[in-house]
Design a protein around this ligand. Sequence first.
Ligand SMILES: [Zn+2]
Length: 302
Amino acid sequence: MRRFRLGLGVAAATAVFLLLAGAWPDGADRGAERDAAEPGDSASPSIAGAPAGEPSPTGEADPTPVEAEPTDGAEESSAPAHEPPSERSSGDVTAEPDTPARDAHGGPMGTRDHTGSNGVALTFDDGPDPNWTPKVLAELRERGVKATFCVIGAYAEAHPDLIADIVHDGHTLCSHTWFHELDLGERSTEEIRANLQRTEDAIEKAAPGAEVEYFRHPGGQWTDRAVEVAAEMGMESLHWDIDPSDWDRRTTEAQIRDRVLDAKPGSIILLHDGASNQEAMFGALGAILDEFARREYALVAL
Ligand SMILES: [Zn+2]
């Protein structure tokens, strides 16, 4: 009987392992599984975030599930997808520390990819996240650093206190759509406007009177239409020039640190405080801020 029970235990453990392995496949399998799971997004090279509520590979609980379901796209995934590998452009910076600031709008569709000054901008996407956003805010507060947070509307609705904290600490807000719809820019003008308005309303409810000055399209999959609608709504479209791939759970802390430290004066750095590899990102953040301080870079909120 005992042996039988032991056998059952081993079988159960194996099943759990296989389940977890399936949820977080490594290597090339990952993209294929994601594509299969997200027919509505099969054209996108992006990587899906971990399903909300399931344990992460590190054994850490993932962000609280967002109860609010998106209503503007039944085919959408259960968690926001991330910036695609094709958007990586670290090392792409042309401005040297001692050269004049180049055109600040060299991103796709004329989006901003440079601060326009010697200041360097940290931007945090895909939050607010109840586990990681408070940690990032505390680290920035301790060092007196201002940054920009590109927030997801549904998460702002679920965690309004975190939006209020971001605003209270003097950071800049950026809209990252209602539920990280990677194809939003392909949709009609009306749909884009409704999505961004819903996001703005959630932010406004969380932090009345707070300005949302920027818009960042999920995955950097800009379209002229999305940029135009955002502009009509008073938001400048914000790209980046440094992407350390912290949206990818395979990226290590050292890789994130080294890639971010490719930044030059004027760089806009893409980081994530939600739905991605936050542990490695946060692990690298202290060393990044130390090195920027040593270089005497001014960190700006945009
Ligand atoms: Zn994103």
